[in-house]
Design a binder for this molecule. Structure first.
Ligand SMILES: [Zn+2]
Length: 263
């Protein structure tokens, strides 16, 4: 029995990010007895085509809440402004507060080398907030955690670096084939993003492209569908491989992968 509470808090920038990057793994952890919470740093107000920022926020918060409910996860939105998420004292304290309220044992967030600046900023806020979650002098009225939560980073789209588009080799893959339908059903609740992706990224099949990413990771891992992660092992973070141990039958270590863009 490890000392980390069986509670996962996934904190990504926008509604649909957790669904895209880590919902399959969270579903598997739920089957292992873990409780789940999903946090979005922003309600995603820029993610609307033909709707105002205010209307888009209402739609996307509803979509995110419904997707979280489908997974059996709590949902929080921190109300940062989409496209303009800054690393502020207020957001750091709010994240620490939620980690404490949820008694987080495992935290998931973006990778520091993600393609989207909101994702990178979210990663920085979450890393900092998790690091101080045990410290009594953080100006936050919730009881400190007993131990710094384990921190995991989810893979950017394609697991590529933001400038050259070359593969960043994941630390490990999780075979999510058994929960892929659940993940896609959660993602399917984000109907507002279909038109956005068509306009913004010239992506004609948003859900199909997201499925393709998990199939590409699966191809690298040697299974049908996979998600990819890194555990944050630097500095003062705990290094116990709790998630990997809990999901040992689904964990795949990367083989030698050629450093090239996924296609
Ligand atoms: Zn995002």
């Amino acid at each position: 029995m490890n000392q980390f509470p069986k509670k996962i808090v996934a904190i990504h920038a926008h509604p649909d990010d957790t669904e895209i990057f880590s919902a399959g793994t969270m579903a598997l952890m739920k089957s292992k007895g873990y409780e789940l919470a999903i946090v979005t740093m922003s309600p995603g107000g820029l993610g609307g085509i033909g709707s105002t920022e205010r209307e888009t926020i209402a739609t996307r918060k509803r979509e995110a809440a419904e997707a979280a409910a489908m997974l059996g996860a709590k949902y929080y939105c921190l109300e940062g402004r989409d496209g303009y998420i800054y690393d502020t004292e207020a957001l750091r304290i709010r994240v620490t507060e939620i980690l404490r309220l949820e008694r987080a044992g495992i935290v998931m967030t973006h990778l520091p080398w993600d393609y989207h600046s909101d994702h990178r900023t979210t990663c920085q806020i979450v890393e900092t907030a998790a690091m101080v979650a045990t410290l009594p002098n953080v100006p936050c009225n919730v009881r400190p955690l007993d131990i710094t939560p384990l921190l995991y980073h989810s893979a950017p789209l394609g697991s590529t670096d933001p400038i050259r588009g070359k593969l960043i080799q994941p630390q490990f893959f999780v075979d999510i084939g058994s929960v892929m339908d659940m993940k896609m059903n959660m993602l399917g609740l984000h109907q507002s993003q279909i038109e956005l992706m068509r306009v913004m990224h010239k992506m004609e099949d948003f859900f199909g492209e997201m499925r393709k990413q998990n199939r590409q990771f699966g191809a690298l891992a040697g299974c049908e569908y996979a998600e990819a992660f890194w555990q944050h092992l630097g500095g003062g973070f705990q290094k116990d491989p709790v998630l990997q141990d809990a999901l040992s039958e689904f964990i795949i270590e990367p083989k030698d992968v050629a450093v090239e863009t996924l296609t």
